[in-house]
Design a protein around this ligand. Sequence first.
Ligand code: GDD
Ligand code: MG
Length: 447
Amino acid sequence: MRLTKIEKSSHVGLCTIDHECEVVELDAGEAVYIALNRILSKMVIVVPCKNEDPKTIEGVLVGIPNPCFILLVSNSTRTDGQDRYQDEVNMLKRFCAISGRKGLAVHQKDVGAAAALRDAGMPELIGEDHMVRNGKGEGMILGLALAATLCPDLKYVGFMDADSKLSGAPNEYCKAYASGFALYPEDQHVMVRIHWGSKPKERDGVYDFDVREGRSSRVVNEWLNRLLDLLWDETETDGIPSGVSHKKIVSTANAGEHAMTMGLALKLRMAGGYAIEPFHFVDLLERQVQSPTTSYCGSDDGSVSTLSSAGSLEASPVRILQIRTSNPHIHASKGDLHTRAMWKTGLGTIFHHLFPLYSSDSSIDDPLSDSVFKVRQEMMDFVAAEDKKFAQANTTTYNITADANDDVDELLPRPRVYPPLETLDLDLVKKRFTSGTAKTLHRIGFD
Ligand code: GDD
Ligand code: MG
């Protein structure tokens, strides 16, 4: 794979965000192929799934390059009549046998796995039913805990949705992850985020490939960029003359497909449900920027106080790469209500965590906080206007965020935030995972 040169980078504290680069060649010759395979052989790909047809999931596995380790985290339905998880495990076993690979599978409702994470220091992840809560983010955290404890030699972790319909796309995503890591081989804390080549929309059986990004990404990118734009004036930049706008630096606020060095993955606080990807930016900004002000009056946001237990990231440089792929992303369309709940979830992370960090009590004369307060107000107006439009057009309600956080805010949902995995007793987690207490855990191809 060959990428375009990264022309610009912007900094917030010790966090550097590279402006988007693009895939130029999928295959850039033997030397690059060998170098990328070396990185891919140290990478685990976590695939969260929930009730996809096993054939669809298999189509994703087909695209994951052979050197990568595969880890399936399922929240699929298990009933007496139909055990979808068992079908997935059978599929994974077949796939690993044919391709000679190793894999892991676990179910999100594994009581033993939940108890291990609770006892190791993450009781927040466990619901009243004593199992890991529902939510994509929660499944990813479980997958990450398994990867960190059962695959200690692996250096990178990537995430891949299970519902992609073109095997070529996951293949390209994994190579893009590896290419990003190859650019910063010495760095401990690197994240690679994918911007899909396009997000084709199906209308009457015909795909329109001209759609550059989905609605949810468009909304969340825009508001995150509006906030960041206010900060850049104060920060050092590479490749951007002073006075030139950084606008639109973030094109991957909602990157479901992303990868990290394990060092970074263990240090980040993660959010539940679909808040997990936008919250990566939020956590890094929260933790790397010296708060210029106190929270604005009346905020009951808990984010600042939880930072004290957030681990050791504050003193570490972090690099975020954004790569636009050549392949389009075609997946199961879940409809407008789902998309609407998703962008609200993304905006909720900014609203509840970043605005309080930057906007102050109006009695303090601070131009930055005044500007941030204005953007916050505009976001509230935007959401209120969207809510009004929605109420006029619909009578039903739908809220995917309720899975991730029962305490849903009236205007925007507050993300459920979990501590970094490095704050857990990972030795205990490993002991439990290897002692057979996680009954749904399958280790495939290990012997
Ligand atoms: N284990 C597990 N547990 N997996 C889940 C759960 C869960 O509770 N909920 C969803 N998933 C899996 C789905 O099965 C799918 O493979 C993947 O997570 C993504 O979920 P989708 O419901 O298909 O999300 P989407 O396509 O609308 O949104 C994707 O793209 C967004 C960017 O446009 C997601 O990756 C989002 O996180 C991302 O922001
Ligand atoms: Mg999807």
